[in-house]
Design a protein around this ligand. Structure first.
Ligand code: FAD
Ligand code: EPU
Length: 338
């Protein structure tokens, strides 16, 4: 297996930040991982498991070992009356996996079409879009323990999924390499078009009868119209999470800002639209050199060319401070800062 030194990561992160990794290796099997980690220097060095690089902001050169996941393979492992259990290796591209499931008529993932990145990163932040999160379809995952050099299974409750959260972002951060994820997919589709935009788009497409394929296409159309394509403008999707506030705070803010966007949560709190807060704080479309806030979606920070990671980070800090000052609301970064 080849281990490259001082390898550029510019094309391995969707922000297009030009930094390098001290060591870089791609693994295509568990044996590859074991081989790399059999070198005591690599075992003890700082590590970063890399998928599609679509939820990362590199702020400096990476002084350690980057392990690029290239594990491939999709398999129907079992089925029962109502479900298909479909296991995907972690290095499969997420959207290709979704398209594979749609083709086979395995239902449930269609609302999550076109999310960039790999299957292996999907549990990291419990990816979500258009009313669905992977926790809704998740069955189990397998992960390689860096300390024990063994594979361990995690069921849904062990993953501690939340909104853009899992145990792998906290207690188990950098301790496991997710090697496969198994989803429990429906034999009989349950169309989730609670996001009004999906119904509107299906109407615009002239669709009379919903299928998982047409819903996927509608979601792709909406996403293409709303979010910048990283192949054209560097970005990592939403830079911040949508913040949750207590109902009283929402009602207080609503008096001053009647048009403020908020969604009621089951726990009684209200989720605010961070994009709205950032836009109202005056940041939408602003840029500082090549680091900017997207002109159509204020939640997305962008690299117009040669921005440095810390320029984008500094911009995110200014946004955090200004939203806090204007609304008294604390934003939290969604993107992993490296
Ligand atoms: P990477 O960026 O490579 O890694 C992300 C984190 O996971 C890092 O900490 C990395 O170390 C860790 N990691 C990656 N793979 C493994 C592994 N196998 N084992 C252990 N750790 C691992 N996200 C959403 O939830 N919903 C959206 O709608 C959405 N839209 C997006 C739109 C755009 C245009 C972009 C650019 C991003 C969007 N994202 C969205 C964010 C991103 O697509 C997801 O977070 C995705 O799951 C990241 O996958 P990745 O393979 O690129 O992960
Ligand atoms: N809005 C504004 N101004 C903006 C952007 C948004 O006022 O500049 C308002 C919109 O008008 C709308 C509300 O904010 O009323 C929500 O906007 P949108 O529907 O575009 O969704 P979002 O909250 O910005 C979230 C996720 C996305 C996911 C979409 C669709 C988070 C942090 N982001 O975005 O996920 O694709 O909903 O479900 O939860 C990601 O995580 O990277 C990501 C792109």
């Amino acid at each position: 297996m080849q281990i490259l030194e001082y390898h550029s990561l510019k094309k391995f992160n969707t922000f297009g930040i030009d930094i390098s990794a001290k060591y870089f290796a791609e693994f295509s099997s568990i044996a590859d991982i074991q081989e790399i980690l059999s070198n005591p220097n690599h075992l003890k060095s700082k590590k970063l498991i890399l998928g599609g690089g679509s939820n990362l902001l590199f702020t400096k050169n990476f002084d350690g070992l980057v392990l690029k996941n290239n594990l491939k393979g999709i398999e129907l492992v079992k089925e029962d009356t109502d479900f298909y259990y479909v296991k995907s290796a972690a290095g499969e591209v997420w959207h290709e996996f979704v398209l594979h499931c749609i083709k086979k008529n395995y239902a449930g993932l269609e609302n999550l079409s076109l999310i960039p990145g790999n299957v292996g990163a999907s549990p990291m932040q419990n990816i979500g879009a258009y009313g669905v999160e992977i926790k809704d379809l998740f069955y189990e995952l397998e992960a390689f323990s860096i300390a024990d050099k063994t594979i361990r299974k995690f069921n849904k409750s062990e993953c501690k999924f939340g909104y853009r959260e899992s145990i792998f972002k906290h207690e188990l951060k950098n301790k496991f390499i997710i090697t496969s994820v198994t989803f429990k997919l429906l034999k009989k589709p349950l169309f989730n078009t609670s996001y009004g935009a999906i119904e509107t788009e299906l109407g615009a497409m002239g669709i009379k009868e919903k299928t998982i394929k047409t819903i996927s296409q509608a979601v792709c159309n909406i996403r293409n119209s709303k979010l910048p394509n990283p192949a054209e403008i560097g970005n990592a999707g939403s830079f911040f999470k949508n913040p949750e506030v207590v109902k009283g705070k929402y009602e207080f803010l609503k008096i001053k800002y009647p048009e403020m966007v908020g969604y009621n949560l089951e726990n009684g709190n209200v989720k605010l639209a961070a994009g709205w807060l950032i836009e109202k704080a005056g940041w939408k479309g602003k840029n500082f050199g090549d680091a900017g806030v997207h002109k159509f979606q204020a939640l997305v920070l962008v690299n117009y060319g040669n921005a440095k990671g810390n320029e984008i980070f500094d911009l995110s800090q200014k946004i955090l401070d200004s939203v806090k000052e204007k609304f008294g609301v604390e934003l939290e970064r969604e993107v992993n800062i490296i």
